[in-house]
Structure formats: structure tokens, C-alpha cells
Design a protein around this ligand. Structure first.
Ligand SMILES: Cc1cc2nc3c(=O)[nH]c(=O)nc-3n(C[C@H](O)[C@H](O)[C@H](O)COP(=O)(O)OP(=O)(O)OC[C@H]3O[C@@H](n4cnc5c(N)ncnc54)[C@H](O)[C@@H]3O)c2cc1C
Length: 408
């Protein structure tokens, strides 16, 4: 979100300094890794659909800019891997499915009972499930690592600065400007920066970083631990699959299973032989955090690993692709953090000033939960517009802006 906003500000001609506490290679943070689901199937005037679609348009502009001004070649395919997105819905939530599909203009296929699911998709489902597949350009997964690198390249080409290993310790108001105290995480060297305008996009650290500017933020954004398991199919098992089975496996990832745990699963990457590394997690499998700086290195429990394997095996059974417990290897685990607001809708808003009116010179982005990545450039655009006092007239832009605002 920080890189996306710094890019949008640079594009608008602003002088930008981006401070990032991590090294150039991110080893933690919610944007770590190589795959996030990006999708936009939604009911009419859905804010999430808009956030994704607009982000695709904005990303195209970034890629076009880089192809003119950078020596390396850039393409949308560096960021997006197109693939059908599979949704499994439960008939007790049938109304939600109907709402989703009513007047649906996006290309999709839907099976509402086991016979249809077998016929249309060749999958085996219990009676109470609805299966939907969404097909669209730049829908499937996106690579946050690639996107961040391109955004930072764009910022630098526009004359902006990106400083790594710079941790913001404290930000305060001083008359007509802000004082930002930083420390170099490698050398320990402190530095104080004065800025006329600031944007905070520090994910779960929002409460800490904004402590002196907006003390109420810590009560609006709660960080919760979620885990990710990276699984690999045994080599000989994977090699034994027919071409059709392999293709089916790829065509049915990413997955969003809207059951109680809200399972998400995707191909993080493929190795040099084309074998997939599968990443699986549960959107609602959240734990309390005792130490935010330590949580990223917390190992997965045996139960969490077992859950990940069982969920994956169940899915392979659903796909009619043979796989057993021993043939599925736990490769790596990762603990990461959802920043949650009460409604689970993220925040892009002016900060409140001392007299509670919106501070035109300070904007925050946060509370991105497990949904933010696909809309990064739209969130960045909205933050930029707030800071520059710009606004578009279109209905959906206004609707999304209002939904994300703290000030109603
Ligand atoms: C498990 C998981 C699965 C997800 N799956 C999806 C998905 O499939 N699709 C999707 O669209 N979204 C998904 N998301 C959501 C998406 O990844 C996040 O919304 C997004 O990464 C949030 O970005 P951010 O910039 O707000 O936070 P972060 O990526 O955490 O960035 C915050 C940055 O601020 C830096 N920082 C923090 N404190 C300071 C400080 N004091 N000084 C300087 N720098 C600081 C951090 O180092 C970090 O780089 C998922 C998230 C998680 C955790």
C-alpha cells in the first residue's frame, strides 16, 4: 500500500520519500511472497470488484510507463498469472450465491448440484455445495513481490526516493509540518525528517506508528495472526498424473471455499520442472498476537500443518485426482498478520486532526485484512486523491471512497 501510494503520488508529480523498515528483499509483512488471489466476481456495484478492476487498469499504466522509461522489459504477465478462480459455496448461503450471480456480466460457469458439478467440471461434490468458476483476463493470482519492485522502480524513475532499513519510530505534528523520527535498522543511526504531508501505510503497525497523531487508530485496527502452509506433491506422484489431470489441478487453483474456515488455496509458484508449490490457509483461522515483531517467525503447530494437508487432500478428492497423506509434503510454514477493522473493510482516510476535523495533509491506509493485494493501486490512488484534494465523479469511485473513509 505504501509503494502503491508513493507511485500514485509520484505519477501526480509529487516529491516522494518512501520509508521502509525492511531490507530491499522483504522477508515479512503481509505483502510477502509471490502469489495472492485476484478476482472480481461480485454483485452489481460491488466495491471489491471495482477495487480489483481499477487496480488492473492502474497497473497497465505503470507497466506502460516502465516500458518507456526503464531499460528492462515489463509486462502485465510478470505480475498477473491468469487462471480460473474456483468458488465453493454452501447452499445454506444460497441467497449469497444468487446475489452474486444475478445480473452477472463477468464470464463464469456455475453448478448448483452434484450432477451438474460432475457434468460441467468433472468434480465430486456433496449435495449442499455450489461450484462457480470465474474466467477473466488478469484474474487468478498476482505476485506482490513483482508489483512492489515495479512500483518502486516507477517511483525512482519519477525522481522519488525509496529508503530501505528506515524504521519510523515516532511521527508528530509541529505547527505546519510533521516531524518523523526514524532509525536505520542496520546502523542504528537516528534521523529526523520534516515533511509537509505524510501517508501512513504500515499494515499491522498502524496503531504504534500513529500513536501521537491519531491515538484512536490502535482501537480501530486489530492485528491477528494467520498461518500459511506451503505444500508439495511427491515428485513421483505428480509425474504419474496425466496431462489432463495436471491441467485440471492448475485450472482449479486458486480456490476459495466459503465454508466455516474459508479456505483459500493457490499455486504459489512452479519449480523448474513445472511442479507446483501449493499455498493454503484459512481466512477465519486467526489467533491473538502477543508480540507483533516476533509473530512472523512463529512456527506452525502440528494441528495447523495437519489442517492444511487435510484441506488439500479433501480438495484433490473433490477434483478426482489421486493423492494421499504421505504423498503431500509440508515444505514450509509462514505466520503472518491480518490487520482487521471491525467491519473487515479496509481504511483509506484522512487522519483526524487535533480538533477532530479531517487533516488534509495526513492520510492513512490500513486494516487490509486478507483482501488488499488485488486492489493495491486503487487504494494508493484513493490515498493520493485525498492528499491532493482530487476527486473523480464516477459513481463507483465515490462509493468506494466513502466505504473506506473514517469520516462519514
Ligand atoms: C495470509 C494472507 C493471505 C492473503 N491473501 C490475499 C489474497 O489472496 N488476495 C488479496 O488480494 N489479498 C490477500 N491478502 C491481503 C494482502 O496481502 C494485504 O492486504 C496487503 O499485503 C497489505 O499490504 P500493506 O501494505 O497494508 O501491509 P504490509 O505488506 O504488511 O506492509 C506494511 C509495510 O510497512 C512496513 N513498516 C511497518 N512499520 C514500519 C515502520 N515503523 N517504519 C517503516 N516501515 C514500517 C513493513 O515492513 C511492511 O513492509 C492476504 C494477506 C495475508 C496476511
Amino acid at each position: 500500500m505504501g509503494s502503491a501510494t508513493a507511485w500514485q503520488l509520484s505519477k501526480a508529480g509529487e516529491n516522494v520519500l518512501l520509508l521502509e523498515q525492511q531490507d530491499e528483499d522483504y522477508t515479512y509483512g503481509s505483502s510477502y511472497g509471490e502469489a495472492r488471489i485476484c478476482r472480481s466476481l461480485g454483485p452489481k456495484n460491488d466495491i471489491w470488484s471495482y477495487l480489483h478492476r481499477r487496480a488492473v487498469d492502474e497497473t497497465k499504466q505503470l507497466v506502460d510507463f516502465l516500458n518507456i522509461h526503464d531499460q528492462a522489459n515489463h509486462s502485465m504477465e510478470d505480475i498477473y498469472t491468469d487462471s480460473p478462480v474456483t468458488y465453493i459455496l454452501y447452499t445454506n448461503k444460497g441467497e449469497a450465491a444468487q446475489r452474486l450471480l444475478r445480473q452477472q456480466e463477468d464470464t463464469h460457469e456455475c453448478a448448483v448440484n452434484p450432477e451438474e458439478a460432475a457434468d460441467k467440471f468433472g468434480v465430486k461434490v456433496p449435495k449442499d455445495r455450489i461450484v462457480i468458476q470465474e474466467y477473466k483476463k488478469y484474474t487468478g493470482t498476482m505476485n506482490p513481490q513483482q508489483l512492489i519492485k515495479k512500483l518502486q522502480k516507477g517511483i525512482q524513475l519519477k525522481g522519488g526516493l525509496v529508503h530501505f532499513s528506515k524504521k519510523v519510530q515516532k511521527a508528530t505534528r509541529k505547527g505546519g509540518f510533521y516531524e518523523v523520527e526514524t532509525i536505520d535498522t542496520k546502523t542504528g543511526h537516528p534521523e529526523t525528517i520534516q515533511a509537509k504531508r505524510i501517508v501512513s501505510a504500515v499494515g499491522p503497525y498502524s496503531g504504534q506508528v500513529l500513536e501521537y497523531l491519531a491515538p484512536n487508530i490502535s482501537s480501530l485496527i486489530t492485528p491477528k495472526r494467520v498461518f500459511l502452509a506451503f505444500l508439495k506433491i511427491d515428485e513421483s506422484r505428480f509425474e504419474s498424473y496425466s496431462g489432463e489431470q495436471k491441467q485440471k489441478m492448475f485450472n482449479f487453483h486458486p480456490l476459495i471455499d466459503l465454508g466455516p474456515d474459508h479456505i483459500f488455496s493457490m499455486v504459489e509458484k512452479r519449480d523448474e520442472r513445472g511442479h507446483p508449490l501449493i499455498k493454503v490457509g484459512g481466512h477465519f483461522l486467526r489467533n491473538e498476537i502477543s508480540d507483533l515483531d516476533e509473530v512472523w517467525t512463529k512456527e506452525l503447530t502440528k494441528d495447523e500443518i495437519d489442517w492444511a494437508k487435510k484441506s488439500t487432500l479433501d480438495y484433490f478428492e473433490f477434483l478426482n485426482i489421486p493423492l494421499n497423506y504421505k504423498q503431500l509434503r509440508f515444505q514450509q510454514g509462514y505466520s503472518c498478520v491480518y490487520s482487521l477493522t471491525e467491519t473487515e473493510v479496509p481504511i483509506v482516510s484522512n487522519l483526524p486532526s487535533a480538533d477532530k476535523s479531517p487533516d488534509q495533509n495526513a492520510v492513512m491506509l490500513g486494516g487490509m485484512s486478507g483482501v488488499g493485494a488485488k486492489g493495491s493501486l486503487t487504494y494508493g490512488l484513493l490515498a493520493t486523491d485525498l492528499l491532493l484534494g482530487r476527486e473523480e465523479k464516477e459513481f463507483m469511485y465515490k462509493k468506494v471512497k466513502k466505504a473506506l473513509s473514517l469520516i462519514h
